[in-house]
Design a protein around this ligand. Sequence first.
Ligand code: NAD
Length: 346
Amino acid sequence: MIPNLNIVPFVSVDHMMKLVLTIGVERFLIELAGYIEDDFRRWELFDKTPRVASHSAEDVIELMPTSDGEVYGFKYVNGHPKNMREGRQTVTAFDMLADVHNGYPVLLSEMTILTALRTAAMSALAAKHLAPAGSRCMALIGNGAQAEFQALAFKALLGVDRLRLYDIDRSATEKCIRNLAGLGFDMVACTTAQEVVEGAEIITTVTADKQYATILTDNMVGAGVHINAVGGDCPGKTELHRDILLRSDIFVEYPPQTRIEGEIQQLAPDHQVTELWQVITGAVKGRRDAGQVTLFDSVGFAIEDFSALRYVRDQLISTGLCQELDMLADPDEPRDLFGMLLRAAQ
Ligand SMILES: NC(=O)c1ccc[n+]([C@@H]2O[C@H](COP(=O)([O-])OP(=O)(O)OC[C@H]3O[C@@H](n4cnc5c(N)ncnc54)[C@H](O)[C@@H]3O)[C@@H](O)[C@H]2O)c1
């Protein structure tokens, strides 16, 4: 007999925070990157589709599905840059995993915190393959909700311990420096984008604005730098000047989605890009030489969320950090759904 078919484990924001703190942020990021790496190695067996986006003038709501043939997952996520001014998150999300063989959900989870963790883990994983060996100094442009996660992932996976920070809103940089104090970084607050990139081996752009922005211009990017471009992830929402793209080797998650949403929406549809999974499997070389400018044109792909939830699900066995959600109707006799409703009145 299968017990409690009505119950789906649910990871609330409170449980997610407890889980991350129990495991430790840096260990969580390293282990999560390991799950993403494993799934990128079996990339070909996944169901893949560009995410389904519903655009409004300045904002977007997206659904991101995938399946490995055994487990199906999808994420609901928004992108509302103006939210911050009203006390809301720019990005918020929830996610679900289901059993492909019976269609029953097996996990429901908050995904706002987990998205920040998975995005940072993905960025650092890409940089592990693309950034100059021994990189220690990163420029972090955009010091909002994602920023500290990015910093810690680069520290945990690459050993980055020098941060140069810049945001158009000085209070965001101050918040970031406050939150990261005592966590092993030497930090410098900068007042311009020009200043922040000085001496950085890695440049992370993680700003939010739904427009063709130019956070970086070509003259700001020296030879050999790795760019981790995170904030350009929607049609009409980019961060880099086109000239940077033209002299970079560009690495992407899933080209059909990135060509719509990434920095490369500024380029011809057949511009050469490399799929990151091929670098991770070793089929294609990442960084070839010290002078090459590498660019990870990150938009966030469904498989990364799938990996993150797979990781969280595996941690629930030992931690029990979830609650039971009465989510699925489970009549005694499968066809007697209405009878179950009638009996509930008694
Ligand atoms: N690629 C991915 O997988 C992925 C995942 C999550 C979020 N994102 C994107 O990352 C971006 C940041 O997300 P967030 O949750 O941190 O947003 P946020 O609103 O919390 O922070 C964004 C910060 O960027 C700053 N900013 C805006 N324009 C700037 C400019 N021209 N120069 C310097 N700073 C500037 C803002 O002042 C703000 O502090 C968003 O665009 C979001 O859509 C991408």
